[in-house]
Write a new protein. Structure first.
Length: 123
């Protein structure tokens, strides 16, 4: 193995958590939930009604975000209040929106990852 390939492998390993973070946010419903929670805590019913999603869909995506350590919940009566564990997520979403605006949403037109192609994983 050459120094270059060793360095590339180290970089790949170092970037794996960041790639996992972006994958965890790779669903429009999860992005909607994160954006809404950036404004403050909410219950599943509030999120479902406000985002136009089924409660089961919201619950599934909140479970994913909780498993990734991005949201937490606290009991509130018979419901739970969900909130972001990392307020920096709001800034990350804003930065992504700025990049999209600056590029004219070019990534949406990308033949591999764009919004109108295949299943979003390059196949």
């Amino acid at each position: 193995m050459t120094i270059t390939s060793i360095n590339a492998e180290i970089e790949r390993v170092e970037l794996a958590p960041a790639a996992a973070l972006f994958r965890s946010l790779g669903d429009p419903a999860r992005l909607m939930i994160v954006r809404r929670l950036a404004a403050g805590p909410a219950r599943v019913t509030d999120l479902a009604a406000g985002l136009g999603l089924a409660q089961s869909t919201v619950s599934k995506h909140l479970a994913c975000l909780r498993d990734c350590g991005l949201v937490t919940s606290q009991p509130a009566g018979r419901a739970s209040m969900f909130r972001l564990t990392q307020p920096a997520l709001a800034g990350m979403i804003a930065a992504a929106e700025a990049v999209l605006a600056a590029t004219g949403n070019a990534v949406a037109l990308c033949p591999v990852w764009g919004t109108g192609c295949c299943d979003g994983n390059g196949s």
